[in-house]
Design a protein around this ligand. Sequence first.
Ligand code: HPA
Length: 277
Amino acid sequence: MSKEYEKLLNALDCIRSKTDFVPDVALILGSGLGGFADEIDQVASIDYSEIDGFPVSTVVGHKGRFVFGYVGDVKVVVMQGRIHYYEGYPISDVILPTRLMGMMGAKVLFLTNAAGGANLDFNAGDFMLIRDQIMAFFPNPLIGANIEELGPRFPDMSEIYDKEIRGIIKATAGKLDIPLKEGVYVQFTGPSFETPAEVRMASMAGGDAVGMSTACEAVAAKHMGLRVCGISCISNKAAGLAENPLSHDEVQETANRVAPLFKDLVRTSIENIGKIL
Ligand code: HPA
């Protein structure tokens, strides 16, 4: 058994010693959406620091935990606080929580994030359903010995974002009267924002939004056979497309402003996804 898989099993044991809750849907909360975890019908929560081998941030004030509970009658595990590559962790640690949620039993991974709009039609506050992704400017998280227990060496990525679930999210947005764009997410490492030239490159390559998370988690989940979906909150026009320099404050402000609508869309989508599981 590989060291990496052993580490995952240890972490899973640790979780199982605290709760036997088996989620159907795993949800990763992006910037501005963290409060969603407090709105679900909670059954248990486990701080990342309580889990053996979990990448715990050395940044003061950083808090993160898994929250277990119900959205409607759908059993969910929620990551409140995600792990970013730019924090300095090895890529295998960045995707450890995603794998762990799959090993807990989740069948669907629902990804959310804040992202910069590279598509000229996108404005701050828009929501984008992720149709596909580009991770070519970021290390592939599956590099290294393959964990055969999780999935194949050369997993197919021709439909990372599940078509049926995308349809459900689109229909949900329509019913709620929430405008929903659709596009391709491009992951960069961060932590610096992109240059205007990088944004132009992403756009010419077919990208619609740029960010610092999500794509590697999607690949890790797809490798394990999870069904994946995701929505970006466009928090700003990407570098070179707006008048002002980018700032994390702007990202937070927009994400907080549209959070109530974003939460409605995520909550109702999960309830509807639950009907096909
Ligand atoms: N670039 C990268 N990540 C981001 C951005 C951006 O413009 N906005 C929010 N996250």
